[in-house]
Ligand binder design. Structure first.
Ligand code: HDE
Length: 696
């Protein structure tokens, strides 16, 4: 049976267009919509053509303002279920009973670019979840980084102005590699921790399904006795955390700007429902001051080694929206949408957000009634005295104030009802000041913690990212000032960056922090419990003369494990295999690119179509896969060609066709079970970061 949100949606679905003829907005039947009403065959259009005017007017008004940040996104429905009751910490109804599924809608997004920008840019990803609970809507409006760029929300307009395209020419779109952002960063060291995340591979996720999510702020759980516990929220993807490499991400922006959006849509359509585990870090109120950073400072994490993440439930996304605009575009998340049992802290970033979201939605969604839009409607009953305004969709009757007697005192105020929302009675006193707490002062220890927790390949990618970004900064003094800041984080990092961008390397300092690494921060330590090829995209290059039998055998074995395997040939249609049979082609080589796949398989004859242009394109495909660390499988005669394409170090001995075993290059004379098993393992491992550079 459909969950309550899905049942509610049914009532709002537009009538089936097959149910009758085309009409105007007023319900008048239209029998001709392709020509405007005119005076004579070649005469002017008439004002009285109400159908023409209504059609064009509605079209003129189809767009609403896009989100000022997080404009580009993709969303899906699903459900959340807790593993066990969390009553000890929170009275939130949706966290009590493992048999109760709460409907959710999740929207993933990039931050900087406009609605039509590419998915695979270097950016933070939004990860916003709306829980339609029995007690009203709860929104966990998080990101895929656990920290944020600034400590106080009053700086948000400055930060966003700096990272957005520059005001004079509106360049660059969807990118942070420009002067104003780095100018701001170099002058605002509180940004450094999140900048480290932004320069890491976390900022170019392979898929929304393979990202962690974080609530970022410290929130509060409150239990039935009124006891508060600090809480940080973590979403952990079942598929593990996986990223692209920068070169690949850039090419993907052109090859498929909808790469992440399409991935989410296609996998849900295919029934491969993405899943995350919700975890919490809990800190008793009395331990508030036991860390060497402030829990209210959103530029800090609580290392998982200090406070472990406790799994409390899982979320599955199992349904695509029916209509992007109605649902994904009009959804309105708000940090202040909380339910009893979840409360705020005085984090000044969170406090600012609690003002901003409602405010921005009033203009974006055209007035105060946007909670009536189907995607935003709670499944819990709504009874308010709020009335009128733009787009009022209800016809209220009776009184609209409280207290009243003429309306029978309804809706009654739930005085004393334990189900009512009560703010935690936190004691607050202090002088009215406009200043930052000194406990927010340390801007360098946690960037260093992040850096020292990275695997070597992650460090390399971070240095490359800094060099790319700063290399695009025209103002030399901004480059130099950023390196000065990095020198306060780590000497090796600052030196490596400086050397790549023409800045004098800094002097070694004695005071750079050396925090104990937190292994949980490395992507390498956030892998799936059981790595698999499920939902991985595998390209099998085929052409006339290929050994289609072997190709199909491997395809079947991989598809049986959930991989999406496609035959790619120089042209669409069919190829004639070596044995004379025709084999169906899935895609033509000119319409795809290596960057759109996780791995490539070369059956015997794959790179020998006889057409030099096609063979050249296929070879580039393989070399790109190599450069991006992807698994490559080759069989029979294709192994010899592969040996010509890849660097000599990859092979046991130069020219030999046996690859070094740990390079995710799997070869065999024929497609036997051992080959399939080894190739499957290589694909499931996602990437091989140890490859020598491509020299040919
Ligand atoms: Fe947002 N943010 N934000 N943000 N944010 C918005 O709300 C804002 C921050 C996040 O898919 C806006 O409806 C301020 C942190 C997500 O619809 C706006 C500050 C985090 C989304 C806004 C922050 C986020 C938004 C724009 C600093 C991670 C997309 C449109 C105090 C924890 C939600 C809108 C969706 C969207 C304000 C900082 C996440 C303008 C003032 C920290 C995922 O209200």
């Amino acid at each position: 049976m459909a969950d309550p949100k899905q049942q509610q949606r049914d009532a709002f679905r537009a009538a089936d267009p097959a149910g009758g003829p085309l009409t105007t907005d007023q319900g008048v039947v239209v029998d001709h919509t392709d020509d405007s009403l005119r005076a004579g065959d070649r005469g002017p259009t008439l004002m009285e053509d109400f159908h023409f005017r209504e059609k064009i007017t509605r079209f003129d008004h189809e767009r609403i303002p896009e989100r000022v940040v997080h404009a580009r996104g993709a969303g899906a429905y699903g459900y959340f279920e807790p593993y066990a009751s969390c009553a000890e910490f929170t009275k939130a109804a949706f966290l009590q009973d493992p048999s109760v599924r709460t409907p959710v809608f999740v929207r993933f997004s990039t931050v900087q670019g406009p609605r039509g920008s590419a998915d695979t840019v270097r950016d933070v990803r939004g990860f916003a979840t709306k829980f339609y609970t029995s007690e009203g809507n709860y929104d966990l409006v998080g990101n895929n980084f656990p920290v944020f760029f600034i400590q106080d929300g009053i700086k948000f307009p400055d930060f966003v102005h700096a990272v957005k395209p520059e005001p004079h020419n509106e360049i660059p779109t969807g990118a942070s590699a420009h002067d104003t952002l780095w100018d701001f960063v170099s002058l605002q060291p509180e940004t450094l921790h999140t900048i480290m995340w932004l320069m890491s591979d976390r900022a170019i996720p392979r898929s929304y399904r393979m990202m962690q999510g974080f609530g970022v702020h410290t929130f509060r759980f409150v239990n039935a006795e009124g006891r508060g516990t600090f809480v940080k929220f973590h979403w952990k993807p079942k598929l593990g955390v996986h990223s692209l490499v920068w070169d690949e991400a850039q090419e993907t922006q052109g090859r498929d700007p909808d790469f992440n959006r399409r991935d989410l849509w296609d996998t849900i359509e295919a029934g491969d429902f993405p899943e995350w585990e919700l975890g919490v870090q809990l800190v008793p109120e009395e331990d508030e001051h036991s860390f060497d950073f402030d829990l209210l400072d959103a530029t800090k994490i609580i290392p998982e080694e200090l406070v472990p993440v406790r799994p409390i439930g899982r979320m599955v996304l199992d349904r695509n929206p029916d209509n992007f605009f109605a649902e994904t575009e009009q959804v309105a998340f708000h940090t202040a949408n909380v339910v009893p049992g979840i409360d705020f802290t005085n984090d000044p970033l969170l406090q600012a957000r609690n003002f901003s979201y409602l405010d921005t939605q009033l203009i974006r969604l055209g007035g105060p009634n946007f909670a009536q839009i189907p995607i935003n409607r709670p499944v819990a009953p709504v009874r308010t005295n709020q009335r009128d305004g733009y787009h009022q969709g209800k016809i209220h009757r009776g009184t609209n104030y409280s207290p009243n007697s003429l309306g029978g005192g309804c809706p009654a105020v739930a005085t004393g009802d334990p189900a009512a929302y009560r703010h935690l009675m936190e004691r607050v006193d202090g002088a009215k000041v406009r200043r930052r707490s000194p406990s927010f002062d340390d801007h360098y220890t946690q960037p260093a913690l992040f850096w020292h927790s990275m695997a070597d390949w992650e460090k390399r990618h971070i240095v490359d990212a800094f060099r790319f970004e700063l290399g695009k900064v025209a103002a030399k003094e901004v480059r130099a000032r950023t390196v000065e800041q990095l020198a306060l984080v780590d000497h090796e990092l600052a030196t490596a960056v400086a050397e790549g961008i023409g800045v004098t390397p800094p002097q070694q300092r004695a005071d750079t922090p050396r925090p104990t690494p937190s292994p949980a921060l490395s992507i390498a330590n956030n892998q799936a419990d059981t790595p698999s090829v499920s939902t991985r995209q595998i390209a099998v290059l085929v052409c006339d003369g290929v050994d289609a039998g072997q190709a199909s055998a491997v395809r079947t074995a991989l598809a049986d494990q959930g991989a999406v395997v496609e035959f790619i040939a120089p042209q669409d249609g069919t190829v004639t295999a070596a044995d004379g049979t025709d084999t169906e082609v899935d895609r033509a080589l000119p319409t795809v690119a290596s960057v759109l796949y996780d791995a490539v398989l070369l059956p015997p004859g794959a790179l020998d179509s006889g057409d030099p242009a096609s063979d050249g394109a296929a070879r580039r495909f393989v070399q790109d896969a190599y450069r991006h660390g992807k698994a490559i499988g080759a069989l029979g005669s294709a192994v010899e060609v592969l040996a010509e394409l890849l660097p000599a170090e990859v092979w046991e001995t130069s020219g030999d066709s046996r690859p070094v075993t740990d390079r995710s290059i799997v070869t065999c004379g024929t497609a036997n079970a051992d080959f399939t098993a080894a190739f499957t393992e290589a694909v499931a491992a996602h990437r091989d970061w140890s490859r020598p550079p491509l020299t040919r």
